[in-house]
Structure formats: C-alpha cells, structure tokens
Design a protein around this ligand. Structure first.
Ligand SMILES: [Zn+2]
Length: 406
C-alpha cells in the first residue's frame, strides 16, 4: 500500500512513514533510506548523523482528488568527518528552504500553460506574483533545440515576426516540415539577435536544416545565406501574395485620386475565380477604363499562377514572362515590383522544391494574440517569452528539474 502511494506521488525510493487523510488535505510523512550524505563543502561522504531537526516540515507536493498533498520531511543533520562542518541533508526534488517540491512547481507551471497568471493562481491556490517569479526563475527563455528536433533527420524552418506590443516586434522561429512545432521566440527583431540565434544552433542541428521560409526581407535573406550557406531560402507565398494585393490596392487608390472616380476594391484583390457576377462585371469595367490598375491586377494573377503551377519549370516560364513584361510598364511602381520579383526569383521558385509556407507560424501568432488578450497584455519581455513558450512546448524542454515530472 505505502509502496503504491509512493509511486502515485512520484516518491519512488522514499520511505513512507505515515499517510494521514484529512478532510481538507493529505499529509505524507516520508524520508530517505540512505544512511550517508555528501558534504556540500568538501564532497566527502559521511554516515555520522549529528542530530535531527526537531520539527517535521511540510512541503506542498501535489494535488490528489482536489486535495493538497503535503510531503512532511524531517531532515537529519550530518557532521562531516573531513572538514568538521555540520550540514542538513538534502532531498531530491526539494530545493533547500523551498516550501514546495519541484513536482508542485511543475504542476503550477502546467496549470499556467493556457491561463492568465491571475486565473492560474486561483486554480492552484497561490498569488499571481508567486507564479510570475516561479516562471522567471525556473523556466528557460530558450528551449533545448537539440531536444526539440531530435526525432527529425531533416527539417525546414520558418522565420517570421509578430508584435510583442504595438510596433515592438519579436521574431518567431518554427519548424514547418515535416512536423510543425514552435522552436523559439527571440526577444526583439534585430538582425543581430537573429544572427546570434542561428550561429548558436548546434552544428548537428544546422546540418539538418533543408530550407528556411521567410518574408521579403533582404536583411534576413543575406544573413541566412551567410550563416547557413547552401540552405535554400523560400519566400513565403502568403506574404508574396499579400504584398501583391497591397501593390494592386495602392495603384487603385492613386488612380482613384487622379480620376476622382471611385474604383471598387474587392474585384481587384479577391481571387479572380472567386468573384461574384457583379464583381466580375466591375473587374471588366476596370480593365476597360483603368488600364494601369488592370496591369497591376494582371501581374498579381500571374504571380498566383506561379504558385499554382504544376511544376517548377512551368512556374519559371510564367515568372520570367511576368518579370519581362513589367520592365516595359509605364508605371514606375510596377517596374519596381518587377525588380523585386527578379531579385527574389530563386526564392519564389524554391516554393516548388519545398512547398513550405509560414502558414503554421501565422497560426502560432493567432494563438499568441489570444493568450495576450486573456492575460491583459505583458510588460516584461522575459515573462512574455517564457509564458508563450510554456503554452506551446512540453514543460520538460523548458525546466531544469525534469526528473520530478511524471
Ligand atoms: Zn566536509
């Protein structure tokens, strides 16, 4: 029976002296069977028990059927024969002077995963401040990446950014192929920070990166080429098409201003095959009356065809024709767009080799937004990064005391 309880409470290797079940709590009196202890000053092993602390000390350990379980311990004091110091024995899973075991802390953090500090504090019966301190102290702001990717012989990463607060951005790194998982949140969006992160990846991890998916960010592209030579960069096709729509819309707004006529937006930015009859008629009107806007729209639809092409060869033909066409455009903005496409030609076409997108990363950002909303925002970057990692990653990758997890 006692052995069974020991296992249930993750106390294998302990001696259970007594279990008292009260109406509002469960008290477990336990100790360690070892007869010797290691001196913390000189590491000598000793069996000389000096005395025992007079009182049993309770340590909150876990919850069982809604009741808190307290582990009561009464540490012995040993006298080191080598250096003469008297020291108190330590128990595995309990830090000196802590009022809780590591198992209790892991439970609390588990509860914090998808809740606000206030709500989680209510659930586990502590204060939001205690939970914040626990998070800052015991959870790392950078997961063990080797561990996070150890089962994947090859993978593709996606790097994107999201708003921490207003215009204050942070970089999100995810694995998007063959499995999807969050890898890291970097504390800001500076190039130096990304560089440090990529350079800090163990060689065994870097060797397995097969592709990296990013947005049109030349700085990032250059950095990846430099730090991860030979790894193809893929430009995310959602971003590429969003960028295309933005350009089409800009051309529309300018045309509207020049002519003083209202030009409808939806017929231009919606996929052509999804237009309603009315929108199709409006598009035909635009093509008739506003040649320049129609040209931008054509370019956008061509870019869509590049992504929809059945193979890279076909995509290449469409993209090269598009790039060539924009060179002679009458609108300088279209010429510039063509130049951007030419500069990113390889990264756009690489989509047909890897078919990776930032879609999953966008999904992560949506969940982050939700978490920020239920938490009423964050002020501290360290708390923020840890709280987000906690929501996405197994606790064992983030804490330093995984031996107490069951
Ligand atoms: Zn000693």
């Amino acid at each position: 029976m006692k052995q069974c309880i020991a296992e249930l409470l993750g106390l294998q290797g302990w001696i259970i002296y007594q279990v008292k079940i009260e109406s509002d709590r469960i008290d477990v009196y336990a100790g360690r069977p070892r007869k010797e202890a290691t001196c913390p000053s000189c590491q000598a092993l000793t069996r000389r028990v000096h005395d025992r602390s007079r009182e049993w000390r309770p340590k909150l350990h876990t919850r069982c059927n809604g009741l808190p379980v307290y582990l009561w311990v009464r540490p012995r004091r040993f006298k080191c024969p080598n250096c003469g110091k008297v020291f108190t024995e330590r128990f595995p899973g309990i830090r000196p002077r802590a009022r809780r075991t590591e198992r209790a802390e892991a439970d609390w953090l588990e509860n914090l995963k998808d809740r606000s500090f206030r709500r989680a504090a209510e659930v586990v019966g502590t204060s939001p401040g205690t939970l914040r301190r626990l998070l800052l102290k015991q959870v790392t702001d950078q997961a063990d990446i080797e561990e996070a990717l150890k089962d994947l012989p090859a993978f593709a990463l996606s790097i994107d950014e999201h708003s921490f607060r207003g215009q204050d951005m942070m970089i999100t790194v995810t694995c998007v192929w063959p499995e999807r998982r969050l890898i890291a949140i970097l504390p800001d969006d500076r190039l130096k920070t990304l560089e440090k992160f990529l350079k800090g990846l163990p060689v065994s991890v870097r060797r397995r990166i097969k592709a990296v998916c990013i947005d049109f960010k030349d700085g990032w592209r250059k950095l990846i080429k430099r730090v991860l030579p030979g790894v193809p960069v893929v430009v995310d096709h959602f971003h590429a098409l969003k960028d295309a729509n933005r350009r089409v819309d800009e051309a529309r707004l300018i045309e509207q201003q020049v002519t003083g006529q209202r030009i409808p937006r939806w017929p231009l930015v919606k996929n052509e095959e999804d237009l309603t009859e009315r929108q199709a008629a409006q598009l035909a009107m635009i093509r008739n009356r506003y040649k320049n806007v129609a040209h931008f729209h054509w370019a956008k639809e061509q870019l869509r065809d590049v992504y929809r092409a059945s193979c890279r060869k076909e995509a290449e033909l469409i993209l090269d024709r598009l790039i060539l066409n924009t060179r002679e455009a009458s609108d300088v903005a279209l010429v510039q767009w063509g130049r951007t496409l030419r500069s990113w030609r390889e990264e756009i076409l690489a989509y047909h080799d890897w078919r990776v997108t930032n879609g999953y990363t966008e999904g992560v950002h949506t969940k982050i937004k939700l978490l920020k909303r239920i938490s009423y925002g964050f002020r501290n970057r360290g708390v923020y990064v840890r709280k987000m990692l906690l929501a996405f990653l197994p606790l064992a990758w983030l804490i330093s005391f995984p031996h107490f997890l069951t």
